[in-house]
Design a protein around this ligand. Sequence first.
Ligand code: X8Z
Ligand code: ZN
Length: 627
Amino acid sequence: MSRTLPLAAILALATAACGGGEPAKKPVKIEKKVDIKAPPKADEVEAPPKPSQAADAKAFVDRVDGEMRTLVVASGKAEWDKNTNITDETEKAAADANEKLMEYMAGAIKQATTFNDTTIDPETQRKLHLLKVTASPPPAPSDPDKRKRLAELGARMEGLYGKGKACEGKKCKDLGQLEDIMASSRKYDELLKAWTGWHQIAVELRPLYQEFVGLANEGAKEIGYKDLGELWRAGYDMSPADFEAEAERLWTQVSPLYNQLHCYVRGKLADKYGKDKVPESGLIPAHLLGNMWAQEWANIYPLVEPFPGAASLDVTKALVKAKFDETKMVKLGESFFTSLGLDPLPATFWERSMFQKPKDREVVCHASAWDVELNDDLRIKMCIKINQEDLVTIHHELGHNYYYHYYYQLPVLFQAGAHDGFHEAIGDAIALSITPAYLKQLGLIQDVPADDKGLINLQMQDALEKIAFLPFGKLIDQWRWDVFSGKTAPEQYNAAWWALRAKYQGIAPPAPRNDPDFFDAGAKYHIPANVPYTRYFLARILQFQFHKALCAAAGHTGPLHECSIYGKTAAGDKLKAMLALGASKPWPEALEAITGARQMDAAPMIEYFAPLSKWLEEQNQGRTCGW
Ligand code: X8Z
Ligand code: ZN
């Protein structure tokens, strides 16, 4: 990747002492005594030694670390306030804090590019690298008005999403209520109404997003990237092009399994809604899969249950029956981590977190985990519902918190996952241990499904969460990469979105969704909130790699889908060691520390689902799969 920066920008920012990128101006050293009347030719003169940048570079990253901490904490506080109470004031305060952070980061990144000396110690080099691939906050243009506008747009879009409602006259439904309909209704038109109602909230985001893309791209170009997408792809210890190929390779590993699941589910939905609504060999309407975004399909399990009447797991029912409330759900999550020998969550976690949707104010309900002050100030923010999906999400969020907890004493630049997919995979890997045997141990269920039918039922539930998600996890950034690069023009935002939804997921919009009337990508949180999404695709695969490795550490010998690492401190020790690395080493080293391998690999995921995979292939005999 080219990193040509205007020299003026570099010099203006080169406040840290001397040596930063300027040509050495020492007198030419003459090796041998030569005839002074015959000046030496250029190739007879040894290049002067450049002064080492090592000390300056180290001083620079140390200084940046301290300065970043102050600004990141200020932004974290303002973001927390906005996320838990959306008002014009909190939005403005968040935009102001982010603007300051963006200004600082742009300067620091530009200065970091001036240190390129091989004598710089490896730790400092790693920090310089991490600084240059920082994607959050998005890189801002140096023009102060543009930077201010970029920060405003970021705060505004997330706020609008958080406040979004579908209204009929004065009767409005928020996202949580609409999601409940998507999860439980089996009426085609009722589902369509909830789906259409929510997607309407994104229409007003469309011009804001278009403006946001232009400004963020401008910022990315200023620090040497072609566009924001290239910066995002640069954060994986390999070239952006290699990363794109790597994501494609992983998709190729898992897409046959997705196609089998899609084929079977489509057949069942056609039985339920009719072949006129669900074409036998075509795309599935996007609103029939039990989820607003068709990203995880576990809610339609009753429609696709392989062996009705055979044992299956209803964790939601068990939680409700056992009178779980929000705090008890989180305590259950924490108890899994502590069973592995990890520390209890700090007292402040329980005082400062938000577990419930407040009645008196607007909040961003989308679940998130925080270390607001970068000093073990752990919190989650969630509008918890007492169901299985949210129990898994709690484990997911606590995975983030435990990462924060084990690396918060590292320099700020190392306070991140080995890559962002690692961060997303920790809690999910733990949640894979919520097996029937574990639930029985807790007294939440009485019987562990023991026969083959029970196993296939169970694996179907898992696959509707894990396998169904894969193409969705991949396509979101496929869409954004094309938007950022300009391959997808603003007039094609919706057409490109649905082309990818068809290509990867095999789903179609339930009604015409023409440009420029709609902006369906914007109805998914991570688009207005500008959170990169390939991380979740990687995490879906990595979590099975982690699970397999932790199960081995725990001494598990049977099939992978039977393993629970609950109570196994040997697994906990492995996990802690990886968490404590943060981003201090390239991710293949962190992966090796836990799994022994240096490559991401979907084989453990495929191994986990081997029984269901075989069963699906049998069921799909005679069906025309694909679309
Ligand atoms: O956004 C999340 C987490 C917060 S990092 C709740 N997830 C993705 C989503 O909801 O779309 C977890 C799974 C995928
Ligand atoms: Zn997450």
